[in-house]
Design a protein. Structure first.
Length: 99
């Protein structure tokens, strides 16, 4: 269980009868422990967010720079990788309706 996540125990039958409601609980941060014959056999949780927040990346880079005595530099292929990602997504951004 992650952090202060609430844990809910339920049977297979309760899960089957209320799947939409159970998934809503998971979206709201609850962990669902599914039991058969009062024994847990499955846990339903939301996946962890991928990657790191940008502020954490900046903090790591600053600590690395302090330890090295100079700013870290991306590897030679970094710019090419970024450009390839940009080229894959050339479609214009859609403005929100209120703009």
């Amino acid at each position: 269980m992650i952090g202060n996540m609430a844990q809910v125990h339920m049977t297979e039958a309760e899960l089957a009868q209320n799947l939409h409601a159970v998934l809503e609980k998971v979206r709201n941060g609850e962990e669902i422990l599914v039991e058969r014959d009062r024994r847990p056999f499955a846990v339903i949780t939301a996946p962890e967010e991928p990657g790191r927040p940008i502020d954490e990346c900046i903090s790591i880079a600053k600590a690395y720079e302090e330890r090295l005595g100079y700013a870290p530099l991306p590897d030679p292929d970094f710019a090419a990788n970024v450009q390839a990602a940009i080229d894959l997504h050339r479609e214009p951004l859609e403005s929100p309706a209120w703009d």
